[in-house]
Design a protein around this ligand. Structure first.
Ligand code: UGA
Length: 433
């Protein structure tokens, strides 16, 4: 926790996505006055009415509670009037070349060069190494050499972003000068976590490295799971014992259908591309991505071996979001599962309590159910795609009796193999027997 006393600041946050809104609401909770600017009118109008455009536990309450210190606007000039700090939280989706697309970041920077009264520009968007140096040059060129620049990458995970912001493992602040590092650190006064000060390039790489290492752990667990399937070992037992070594730790060792979401897939490719642009081949990261791409396809191959063929079969997907407790479907493994099943001639049914469909042309070909029991009745097979905890409590014996064939592939190792077999299922999972 930062002990330096800090006065409330006026902050402009650019981008009302997951990162921008969580940052804005948490900074307001810390006492700062925050104006959020987004370019999508419907989003700004909805936020002004108190509606959060996506599901994130605790965020809506935080926005309401801090209504006095938080407002939303479409107008960059309005957001910047009186602002001391500008946070850049816009998204950086992949370009056709796999690099991070900086067009939205650059557009915000063009707004910022009209605000010479700023004390600092802080980038939270995940950006390639060297982006900060280029923004610095742009600010200098516009006569804003006196405005500090900082990289303050985000490590929050969807579904627990507010808690992660308020109780982070670390707050990374990269800046060229001590005054800017201190200013960004002071903004976090009241946050329960250590501030790590460094240079801008190191901060940019810290973010990408943390995500790449987490992806590596998951892909390694998935490779071990494949080995377990071939050798009769159990990946859950292996990984929980391996994770008891404090040098390794228990997190992100869960085998399954692999990682998805708005961050890992994009950041993995962005790091690989940024190295390739310098003529470097990140061999390990390349393999990590390849293992992940294979994971849902391997699962479907095993299920197909069990069914003989998918043609004309009805298959129920349990879960569509990229992980439980979120409505986010960006780059979810469910998209690969659904499109492969459809390509093989299956009738696809799906159930998810929250998922917000982002690829309608794909999901329009599937039938969505509100009730998992209805989605399962009459199906030839089911596949658990997202680890929704309520699936554990389904009356599986009853479900087995209503399915045309009680075949279940548990892509998240959520259910107990012995109990599922006792309920009458032909039960397959990842790296378990
Ligand atoms: C991830 C990181 O965890 C955050 O620290 C980071 O700030 C964020 O990306 C970002 O860059 O903004 P998030 O994408 O919200 O957060 O989701 P995670 O909880 O990390 O899960 C990512 C994927 O890995 C999910 O599809 C999940 O099912 C999968 N996963 C996770 C596994 O397959 N096995 C595991 O053991 C853990």
């Amino acid at each position: 926790m930062e002990s330096t006393p800090s006065a409330p600041r006026s902050v402009a946050v650019f981008g009302a996505g997951y990162i921008g809104l969580v940052t804005a609401a948490c900074l307001a909770e810390l006492g700062h006055r925050v104006v959020v600017r987004d370019v999508v009118p419907q989003k700004v109008e909805a936020l002004a009415r108190g509606e959060v455009p996506f599901y994130e536990p605790g965020l809506s309450e935080l926005i309401t509670r801090n209504g006095e210190r938080l407002r939303f606007t479409l107008d960059a000039e309005d957001a910047l009037a009186g602002a001391e700090v500008a946070y850049v939280c816009v998204d950086t989706p992949p370009t056709a070349a796999g690099d991070a697309d900086l067009s939205r970041v650059n557009a915000v920077v063009e707004d910022l060069v009209c605000a010479p009264h700023l004390a600092a520009v802080v980038v939270k968007s995940t950006v390639p190494i060297g982006t900060g140096d280029r923004i610095r040059e742009r600010l200098d060129l516009a006569g804003l050499a006196h405005v500090g620049y900082a990289s303050n990458p985000e490590f929050t995970a969807e579904g627990k972003a507010v808690a992660d912001f308020m109780h982070p493992d670390r707050i990374v602040v990269g800046a060229a000068d001590q005054a800017t590092r201190d200013l960004v650190a002071a903004l976090h006064q009241g946050v329960d976590g250590p501030v790590v000060r460094m240079d801008v390039r190191s901060a940019e790489l810290t973010k990408l490295t943390a995500n790449a290492l987490l992806m590596t752990r998951i892909s390694f667990a998935n490779e071990v799971a494949t080995l377990c399937e071939a050798t009769g070992a159990d990946v859950e037992k292996v990984m929980s014992a391996v994770g008891m070594d404090p040098r390794i730790g228990p997190h992100f060792l869960r085998a399954g259908l692999g990682w998805g979401g708005s961050c890992f897939p994009k950041d993995g490719v962005a790091l690989k591309s940024l190295a390739s642009n310098d003529g470097l081949h990140l061999q390990l990261l390349t393999a990590v991505i390849e293992v992940n791409n294979l994971q849902p396809r391997r699962a479907l191959q095993r299920l197909k071996d069990e069914l003989g063929s998918f043609t004309g079969k009805t298959v129920t997907m349990l879960g569509m979001a990229f992980k439980a407790h979120t409505d986010d479907m960006r780059q979810a493994p469910s998209e690969v599962v659904a499109s492969r099943l459809l390509a093989e001639g299956a009738q696809v049914r799906c159930w998810d309590p929250l998922a917000r469909v982002t690829e309608p042309q794909l999901w329009d070909q599937a039938t969505r159910y509100q009730d998992p029991l209805e989605a399962l009745a009459g199906a030839d097979a089911a596949i658990v795609v997202t680890e929704w905890p309520q699936l554990r409590d389904l009356p599986w014996q009853q479900v087995a009796a209503t399915m045309a064939a009680p075949v279940l592939f548990d892509g998240r190792n959520l259910l107990d193999p012995a109990a599922m077999r006792a309920a009458g299922f032909t039960y397959l999972s990842v790296g378990r027997h």
